[in-house]
Design a protein around this ligand. Structure first.
Ligand code: HEM
Length: 317
């Protein structure tokens, strides 16, 4: 809206009114632009691919999250041992994918389970291959998870401030083993049947919670057809769901806290950067060299991924 007066001649309240009107005009143009944009995005499906990515990104900042995950700084000295966590995650994804295909042919019934597995192995196209991937993947995941745990242990990555990630890791380890136990029964052949009975009896002999846990797994006082349904539900839904959520939390903490530098890089820090008398109370003298000095800890909590205080220098991943 144009005023017939020059700004200089206008009384103060008219000026304010004009400013408001101008603002409203700008607002209108913006909302008009937005409406036009979304109309275009809705009608032009082909260009929509790019538009859609932008649309989702504006609302989720997914590109920021992706950049934080993929272009984060990693400490100097990072080596192949640091790939063990990702390798475990890759196998988890592979188990999920092959498991979906197996579930398309598997019948979780005491009378039909074995027959459905035999059919899958002998008659379904690539059935034996997919089953083999899933079976070998299960063993490989156990090996990789232990190697990854050993890496984090021997590199001291369980220490402050990553204790929670270690605890999440321990839960993931237990859940991975539960996946192995519950999956083993599913073919319902002689070997899996008797091996699971033995495993269940061992569980029952555990202190305090053992008998209750065994009862829960058996789905009653005796090993029966319902035991198979219980193992199937745990193997297909409960445990993988929990694991996916925990892996998400695990990775979030890895990105947030950064990765621990190898011990020899930490030890090679200049002498003045090593803790002396400013070490937190309660830390044994033997551990002193590994504990960040007080001001380093503060930095680590403020901007850990950027700063990577216990690494000294950094390289980009
Ligand atoms: C499904 C199982 C697991 C997956 C998918 C997984 C995945 C990962 C990934 C991708 C990383 C970052 C890269 C690396 O350091 O290798 C990581 C770091 C870490 N993981 Fe795991 N992990 C699993 C189990 C465990 C277990 C069993 C533990 C220990 C009990 C553990 C403890 C840690 C710790 C402490 C870190 C931080 C390492 C550092 O700061 O250098 N994780 N994990």
């Amino acid at each position: 809206m144009k005023s017939p007066f020059s700004a200089k001649d206008q009384p103060a309240d008219t000026k304010a009114e004009d400013a408001l009107a101008q603002e409203a005009e700008v607002e209108l143009t913006r909302s008009e632009k937005l409406a036009k944009h979304s109309k275009k995005a809705a009608h032009h499906g082909a260009e929509g691919g790019k538009d859609l990515a932008g649309w989702v990104d504006t609302r989720t900042n997914s590109s920021g999250i992706f950049t934080a995950m993929m272009s984060r700084h990693v400490p100097k000295g990072t080596n192949w041992f640091y790939t063990l966590g990702s390798a475990t995650m890759f196998i988890f994804a592979m188990q999920a994918i092959t498991g979906v295909f197996l579930a398309m042919y598997y019948t979780p019934s005491a009378t039909q389970a074995y027959a459905s597995i035999t059919h899958l192995t002998n008659e379904v196209f690539l059935g034996e291959f997919v089953r083999g991937l899933h079976k070998w993947g299960a063993s490989l995941m156990i090996i990789l998870i232990f190697l990854h745990m050993a890496r984090t242990f021997f590199f001291g990555a369980y220490k402050y401030p990553r204790e929670l990630n270690w605890v999440i890791g321990v839960v993931l380890l237990v859940l991975t083993m539960v996946m192995g136990l519950t999956g083993y029964l599913l073919p319902f052949d002689q070997r899996s049947f008797w091996a699971t009975i033995v495993a269940n009896n061992i569980t029952a002999s555990g202190p305090v919670v053992g008998p209750y846990l065994a009862d829960f797994l058996r789905a009653g006082p005796d090993f029966s057809a319902t035991t198979l349904s219980r193992f199937y539900a745990l193997h297909m839904l409960v445990v993988p769901g929990l694991m996916a959520a925990l892996i998400g939390a695990h990775l979030f903490l890895v990105v947030k806290l950064g990765t621990t530098a190898p011990p020899w890089v930490r030890m090679a820090r200049p002498k003045h950067a090593r803790p002396t008398e400013t070490v937190a109370a309660g830390v044994a003298t033997a551990d002193v060299a590994d504990v960040p000095v007080a001001d380093e800890r503060a930095e680590e909590t403020e901007a850990p991924a950027e700063d990577e205080s216990d690494s000294g220098e950094q390289a980009s991943s």
